[in-house]
Design a protein around this ligand. Structure first.
Ligand code: NAD
Length: 391
């Protein structure tokens, strides 16, 4: 069976002034296979309607609440109704929204961290399994071609057995009490009722954790964490440092921060093997560095045939020829592409391209939540070294 139409996307979140909902909207349409047709865009129904007008959506497909969206979309015929929903709200809403849409029979693309806590993440995993729907999680950094290349080089044995992983995600935008000015993104991220048990470690630490496991295929087994709150009056961590142990015996260092003045989105990773090492920087995503013991540094550059030859996944994730930079939007679009191909295959009961399976899912989301919980436990403990919580 062929699905001779675009996938219909709905969105929850992404109202006026929101950050990531708009990135999802732009990235999801990049390859022409997805169209936004409906949404409940804001916690404030009036603003949801305003966003719908700005997007020039028919007003009957712009809802006051996500519950109304489920109700009314279910009454529409197949083909007109949304096929999946993208959840781009603050963290506390991810689980209830994902649960209700899954139970109503929709596929899900959800922002990270997946849920508010581990109990919700475990429940969500069960629900996804039962529903037989596709669940994507927006760990967008896995969408970069050079990250996929790094993964394929590492997994292909290019750098030898991994000894050490250093991953960092420093930012500086919360170096002052920005939340007290009413800045929307700062306000909910520093509020334990909306963000969850962790601040910075949940917000960007989960990206660092996910990236290290995605590239290496290793799992963190133990960690030793130290979370801090530097800005007076803040209730959640705005800086965190962790030592890591991985299941092959490798050691790691993960540090994230939102008070590192001058840093923007400094996600970067270094992977040291017995033979070579790798280095990648999110702010310069088109380059992957390979270092050898006794020779010049190799720079692998996105868009070249030698990249696609070494990594089919990197080739598939590339749109422009070398020298024309691709970045954040394209990485999001790559997660959407693989997710959408998998949804299409599920809907038509056909086999997806094996490369389309390459997008973060509910298992990655559960690991992210276990990571947060383990970091919080280790921070409290005097013994420090804490076993990664079991799924
Ligand atoms: P934001 O505050 O800019 O936007 C959140 C939007 O959700 C707002 O429009 C708000 O009104 C709306 N909303 C809240 N509750 C709602 C509800 N019940 N129904 C409908 N709309 C609702 O937040 P943001 O910075 O865009 O972050 C949103 C999510 O995306 C968070 O989970 C965050 O962790 C994640 N995020 C991910 C990345 C990434 O790189 N993957 C980057 C930024 C944010």
């Amino acid at each position: 069976m062929n699905l001779n139409r675009k996938l219909n996307m709905g969105m929850v979140g992404g109202g006026p002034g929101a950050f990531i909902g708009d990135v999802h909207r732009k990235a999801s349409r990049m390859d022409g296979g997805i169209e936004l047709v409906a949404g409940a865009f804001d916690i404030n129904p009036r603003k949801s309607k305003q966003q719908g007008r700005e997007l020039m959506l028919p007003s009957k497909r712009v809802y006051r609440t996500y519950e109304e969206m489920i109700d009314k979309e279910l009454k529409l015929p197949d083909g007109e109704r949304i096929d999946f929903v993208s959840i781009t709200t603050p963290n506390n809403w991810h689980f209830p929204i994902a649960k209700d849409f899954l139970e109503a029979g929709f596929h899900i693309m959800c922002e990270k961290p997946m849920t508010f806590n581990v109990a919700e993440a475990k429940q969500l995993k069960k629900l996804v399994k039962k529903s037989r729907k596709v669940f994507g999680l927006m760990h967008n950094y896995t969408g970069y071609p050079m990250v996929k290349l790094a993964r394929d080089l590492v997994r292909g044995g290019e750098i030898g057995k991994i000894r050490k992983i250093v991953v960092q995600y420093p930012q500086g935008w919360l170096a002052t009490a920005l939340e007290k000015t009413g800045q929307q993104q700062a306000a909910w991220r520093t509020d334990p009722k909306q963000s969850g048990g962790a601040g910075c470690m949940g917000d960007i630490g989960t990206h660092a954790e996910n990236l290290s496991e995605y590239i290496t295929g290793l799992k963190i087994t133990h960690l030793c964490a130290d979370l801090s709150i530097f800005v007076k009056g803040r209730r959640l961590d705005d800086d965190g440092n962790c030592l890591l142990r991985f299941n092959n015996g490798a050691r790691g260092v993960l540090h994230v921060s939102q008070i590192s003045i001058g840093e923007e989105n400094g996600l970067a990773i270094w992977i040291y093997g017995e033979e070579k090492s790798l280095e990648w920087h999110q702010e310069h995503p088109n380059y992957l560095y390979v270092k050898v013991p006794d020779g010049p540094v190799q720079v692998w550059r996105r868009g070249n045939d030698y990249v696609a030859a070494a990594s089919a996944a990197a080739g598939r994730a590339t749109r422009l020829p070398f020298g024309h930079p691709e970045a954040f939007f394209e990485a999001f679009a790559n997660v959407y592409c693989n997710f959408a191909d998998t949804v299409r295959a599920r809907m038509t009961r056909t086999k997806a391209d094996p490369l389309a399976k390459d997008f973060p899912n509910v298992d990655d989301g559960l690991r992210g939540m276990l990571f947060i919980e383990t970091v919080l436990a280790s921070t409290k403990s005097q013994r420090k070294w804490t076993a990664f919580k079991k799924a």
